[in-house]
Structure formats: C-alpha cells, structure tokens
Write a protein that binds this ligand. Structure first.
Ligand code: AMP
Ligand code: TRP
Length: 335
C-alpha cells in the first residue's frame, strides 16, 4: 500500500520560535518515515500582513534551511517554496469562487489579526484560509500536522473540499478531505511573558518567545526574565498557574522526559532552581539545530538545489490536481 501523504507549511515572517518547532516542525520530523511528506515555505501567506520586500526571499531560504536543520530528511520529504508553484494561487482563485464570504468572516485568526491591522486590513488577510486550503488540497494530502491554532482552518479546508466535490464532482471525489494532525502536548506553546497568550512571531516583545536561532545569552536572558508566580513547588495542569504549566511542558518536551518524571522532579523546586535547568535544556536542544543551520547556510548552492528539486516534484502533483479541478469546473484545455 502506498504511504499516506502529509502537507504542512510555515510562513517566512520573522524567525521560527519554540512554538513553531514544538507545535509543528518537530512532529513533521518524528513521523516523516511513515508518510510521503511535502513541506512548503508559505511565502504567499507572508504578504497578508505588511511585509518587507528586501527580506522576503532571504527569509524563505532561512525557513527552508531550518526545516533541514530540524531534521527534515529528503529521503522521505520534499521541501519547496509556495510562490514557486503558480498552481497554489490559481487553485486559491477557483476555490474563492465557491467559498461563502461568511465562512471566512468567522475565522478566529482573521478576527484577531484584523484588529491588529486597524483600518488597513487587506483582502488577502480574509482570503488567507482559502489559499491555505489550496495548499493542502492540491496535494490530496491525507494529514496536515499543525498547532492547535490552525484547527479551524483545517475544518474550513474540509468544508471547501466537500462543497467542490458535491457541486462539481458528479458523484466522484475530486479533492480528498484532509485530517488535522494535532499533538496533545505542545500544540499550544505559550508566551514567556504571559502564560495565557500563545507564543507568536507577531508579539512586539522579543522576551515573549525563544527563537530557534537565538544565541545562548539571549535564551538565558529570556528565561531569567520570563513570567512566573510566587508559589514554591512546580506543577502541571493548575489553571491558576498557566506559566508554570507552560514552562514545565517546555522542559518535558525538550528534555525528552515523561510527564510523571518531570512532575516528580519539580514538585519541591523553586523558580531559582528550575530556571537554570530549563535554560540548559533549551540550549542543549537548540545547539545541534543551530550548528546544522550554519552549515546549510554556508552552502547556498545546496539549498537552491533542494528547492529546485522540491519544486519539480511538488509541481507535478499540484498541476495534476489543478487540471482535474479545472476540468470539473468546465474549463477548456489551454491550446
Ligand atoms: P506560523 O508561524 O503562523 O506560520 O505557524 C506555523 C506552524 O506553527 C503552524 O502549524 C502553527 O500551528 C504552529 N504554531 C505557531 N505558534 C504556535 C504556538 N505558540 N504553539 C504551538 N504551535 C504553534
Ligand atoms: N496558516 C498556517 C500557519 O500560519 C501556515 C500554512 C499555510 C499552512 N498553508 C498551510 C499550514 C498548509 C499547513 C498546511 O500556521
């Protein structure tokens, strides 16, 4: 039997942080040998909020290099840049025309991001989930590994696929319905400065997140300054102590220890003892990623060849699906 297919992506906006790593990329890496995987750098999504043209291309390369540095293995996985394959934009347009406007207006992420943009909300921000649906449906993906915040976008993707199949499929399935793959632990890594808010690239405070490429000193400083509480003895799952739960979870996931071992180890600890332990664990976990990243970035030709081959492989599948959708909608063949 052929392997199930996975598709996922991250936007090249800012640096990747521990939330992106733990919520998404680490899970891609762990499961990759069981699936046929496609991982894209979603640079078309990156311009749905104001962006800097001078850094967009370099940021996309950085993210692709980080995929490799985190352990994406080209034996099992294909890495490519979304904007290099025009089928993404084209399918997004076709899907736009069958997606009711009110489905998009209900998206939580749109509402949150729109508030931050004030008067200046672009149409692309509203349309963002349709482009995401196109990314996924073009590859007929079975599973989409993401953090918790993307669950609603996955449900929308399924709704769009159902609608297209129903309206234009003539009883056939044109687009496969994808399943989200969301891990229980670490699907929502919280900010270091507020344990009730998720760690995010767009938080104005650098102290709120640890980036994968942060030097040791920055990691130490951020953990030293992170928000805690005055209670001694550390515990998971106490809703009154969101920071405590978040920091213990980070320690658990990055050290590889079990939840019960961490709970037992930290039950009598104070923050003064725990913070250096967490700092050391984060530094140890990120060091091999940073070293590999530096090696990859030193060889731009290699990265370009990865993205060139990735595009060729991905484009063949994307174009096939696009042709099927266009035929179902009644378009003539290009002459
Ligand atoms: P983005 O940075 O918005 O492109 O997100 C890329 C991936 O990281 C998506 O799968 C998100 O669900 C995931 N992600 C982003 N922030 C977090 C977070 N704080 N905790 C867990 N996963 C996250
Ligand atoms: N919207 C996703 C995020 O910000 C990024 C994304 C775009 C994506 N297209 C995708 C994730 C397709 C998974 C599959 O996190």
């Amino acid at each position: 039997m052929s392997k199930q297919r996975i598709l996922s992506g991250v936007q090249p906006t800012g640096n990747l942080h521990l939330g992106n790593y733990i919520g998404a990329i680490r899970n891609w890496v762990e499961g990759q040998n069981q699936y046929e995987n496609y991982f894209c750098v979603v640079d078309l999504h990156a311009i749905t909020v104001p962006h800097n043209p001078a850094t967009l291309a370099a940021d996309s390369y950085t993210i692709a290099a980080l995929y490799l540095a985190c352990g994406i293995d080209l034996t099992y996985s294909t890495i490519f840049v979304q904007s290099h394959i025009s089928a993404h934009s084209e399918l997004a347009w076709l899907l736009n025309c069958i997606t009711p406007l009110n489905w998009l207006q209900d998206m939580i992420q749109f509402k949150e991001k729109a508030v931050k943009q004030g008067e200046n909300v672009g149409t692309g921000l509203l349309d963002y989930p349709v482009l995401m649906a196109a990314d996924i449906l073009l590859y007929q993906a079975d599973k989409v590994p993401v953090g918790e915040d993307q669950k609603q976008h996955l449900e929308l993707t399924r709704d769009i696929a159902v609608r297209l199949n129903h309206q234009f499929g003539n009883g056939q399935t044109i687009l496969k319905l994808p399943e989200p793959l969301i891990r229980k632990e670490g699907a929502r890594v919280m900010s270091l400065t507020d344990g009730t808010k998720k760690m995010s690239k767009s938080d104005p405070s650098e102290l709120s997140r640890i980036n994968l490429l942060d030097p040791k000193e920055a990691i130490a400083k951020k953990i030293k300054r992170c928000k805690t509480d005055p209670v001694r003895g550390l515990e998971f799952d106490n809703p009154e102590r969101p920071e405590c739960h978040n920091l213990l979870t980070l320690y658990m996931l990055l050290s590889g220890k079990s939840k019960s071992d961490v709970a037992a180890e930290c039950i009598d600890m104070g923050w003064g003892q725990f913070k250096p332990l967490l700092t050391e664990t984060v530094i140890q976990a990120l060091q091999p990623i940073q070293e590999k990243y530096d090696r990859i970035m030193a060889s731009k030709g290699y990265l370009e060849s990865v993205l060139r081959e990735g595009r060729q492989k991905a484009e063949a599948i994307a174009n096939q699906t696009l042709a099927e959708v266009k035929a179902a909608l009644g378009y003539s063949q290009p002459l």
